[in-house]
Design a binder for this molecule. Structure first.
Ligand SMILES: [Zn+2]
Ligand SMILES: [Zn+2]
Length: 556
């Protein structure tokens, strides 16, 4: 029976380009998952959008003497191009700047206010006398009260990961100019998170299928006890607070960005059947998955579910597969030090599938993982080109030249050939099971070990030798390997969509891989192949030095 799967992916800040940490952390696993479920014939809705509000964008705009909207639009456009080129297959990638998002966010705010889950109170807000402005939390720096890290920020401590109220920081100063900052009293709205403590505990207790890191982080917050949080800010850029006297304040990005999963679904539904279409995912039988980096766990497993509980009548997340971080050449990624590999740069020079491969085979699912240009080149050349690409290219060119470019007929298969096809069928089931529970790394390893088995079989059978003395035996091994690569293109499609589509065409199939669905598809005897080309390009070792040397250099 088909399932309904909602894939909501973290909303990237539209204040800078995407880098590999974003991709490995959330976008690639979400895309693999969505592609897999579409192949299975499930109803999938994958949404996200640019988070165009928040202080970093206003500060960037000031630095560039332009408007926050201009910054947000520039990066939104760039994000869309990146998704297209990397094959991240959103059903809708919108922004938090739409009228529809503002409406849904304000409705959530007012409903929670009406039910007493949002209340008005006064709080101290950071203020820089030198810059003469209220300082957003992220722009207050000071000593962490929990771990004593001296460069903790007002929204969270980057060292121990604790979310923060800025007034908790010691020796607090302005992050922009370094001057000591003061606090001014200001009236704000608060989310009564403490009221959900027991309900959240009971709910999280049922989520035994969550990843260990998601669960342990969530329990840590629950065990410490949830505190109410301010959900408005002294800021002129963002969604208006729908209350009189709050004209110069805005709804805090963290409160409204998570609402984007719902508002984007509603926006998508406008052109896909109306209200019933989004309701099927949010009120009907459906599973909602949120793909995020580990720094966003708190907001997705506690804050957003609390908002949904308070609002009522909507589905809570079914799973929150949070990834750990990606380091670059063994060092923590840092955008300010330009210690990052930027996605637009990558896509200018290299193909999408090798990156998808390298980030998947080493995905930071349960611990941080590292990206290095050396391992990128090695894995591309030794695994993609030499194992998978070579298997495909050998069998296709051999068949093309020796069997009139068509799938040869074959008598009954021998035990070894039947064994290999059996292994392919078993791999498809095993990868199915692994992808269903978001074990992407292991799923890809299983698929690649099938490609290795195909190479061993081909070397062993050597159809290029038997064709002279025993053409029937040659045809049998050719048919077996063509079947194997035909199954591989399906198994690998969620990871490597571009090369799977190419292989699909080379094998002479019509339409797309997705048309055939998640099953073992065998080429039909007599099916005409297309003239094959290599699936992947070998990379020169000079790539390693050139790219490694670019790391850490600041422009200008
Ligand atoms: Zn200042
Ligand atoms: Zn800390």
């Amino acid at each position: 029976m088909s399932e309904r799967i909602h894939v909501g992916v973290a909303w990237p800040y539209a204040n800078g380009p995407l880098h590999l940490g974003h991709i490995a952390g959330a976008y690639l696993p979400a895309d693999i998952f969505a592609r897999y479920h579409r192949l299975k014939g499930n109803e999938v809705l994958m949404v996200s959008g640019s988070d165009q509000h928040g202080a970093p964008i206003t500060i960037r705009a000031e630095q560039e003497s332009t408007t926050p909207q201009a910054i947000a639009s520039r990066y939104h456009q760039q994000f869309l191009e990146c998704w297209e080129r990397l094959g991240i297959s959103f059903d809708l990638f919108t922004t938090t700047g739409t009228a529809s998002h503002a409406r849904v966010a304000q409705d959530m705010f007012l409903t929670l206010l009406d039910r007493g889950y949002v209340y008005r109170d006064r709080m101290l807000q950071g203020y820089c006398p030198k810059c003469r402005r209220f300082l957003p939390d992220r722009y207050l720096e000071g000593t962490c009260p929990y771990c004593s890290f001296p460069k903790a920020r007002g929204d969270e401590c980057d060292a121990c990961g604790k979310p923060m109220n800025p007034s908790e920081l010691g020796d607090v100063h302005c992050y922009i100019c370094g001057a000591p900052s003061t606090f001014k009293e200001s009236e704000h709205f608060f989310l009564r998170l403490s009221a959900f403590q027991d309900r959240l505990k009971a709910w999280v207790g049922e989520q035994t299928h969550w990843r260990h890191n998601t669960l342990s982080t969530t329990w840590k917050f629950l065990d410490e006890g949830l505190k109410d949080r301010a959900i408005t800010r002294d800021l002129g850029w963002g969604i208006a607070v729908p209350q009189e006297g709050f004209e110069d304040k805005r709804i805090y990005v963290w409160f409204e960005a998570v609402i984007g999963y719902l508002s984007a679904s509603k926006e998508w539904a406008e052109s896909h059947g109306g209200d019933a279409a989004w309701q099927a995912f949010w009120q009907g039988e459906a599973k909602i998955f949120n793909f995020i980096g580990k720094d966003n766990i708190f907001f997705h497993t506690l804050v957003w579910p609390a908002m949904l509980m308070g609002y009522g009548g909507l589905n809570l997340p079914y799973d929150v597969p949070a990834n750990e971080f990606l380091t670059i050449e063994g060092t923590k990624l840092s955008t300010s030090r330009n210690w990052a590999v930027w996605l637009p740069d990558y896509l200018e020079k290299y193909d999408p599938d090798p990156l998808r491969y390298v980030l998947s085979i080493n995905m930071p699912e349960s611990r941080d993982s590292d990206f290095s240009w050396n391992s990128f080149v090695r894995r591309n050349n030794d695994e993609l080109v030499a194992t998978y690409g070579n298997l495909v290219h050998r069998i296709l060119t051999f068949t093309y030249r020796n069997f009139n470019g068509a799938v040869p007929s074959t008598g009954e298969l021998d035990e070894q050939s039947r064994g290999l096809i059996g292994k392919a069928e078993a791999t498809l089931s095993e990868v199915d099971r692994l992808l269903y529970c978001c074990s992407f790394r292991e799923a890809l390893k299983q698929a690649m070990s099938l490609a290795q088995a195909g190479n061993r079989y081909l070397d062993d059978q050597a159809p290029w030798k038997t064709i002279k003395v025993d053409p029937e035996s040659s045809a049998k091994s050719v048919y077996t390997v063509l079947s194997l690569v035909s199954i591989l293109k399906t198994v690998l499609y969620p990871f490597l969509p571009f090369s799977s589509e190419k292989l699909h065409t080379f094998l002479g199939f019509e339409g797309t891989v997705a048309d055939l669905g998640w099953k073992c598809t065998f080429p039909v005897v007599g099916q005409k192949l297309r003239e094959p080309e290599p699936l992947f390009a070998k990379l020169d070792d000079s790539v390693i030095e050139v790219e490694t040397n670019r790391l850490g250099h600041l422009p200008g």
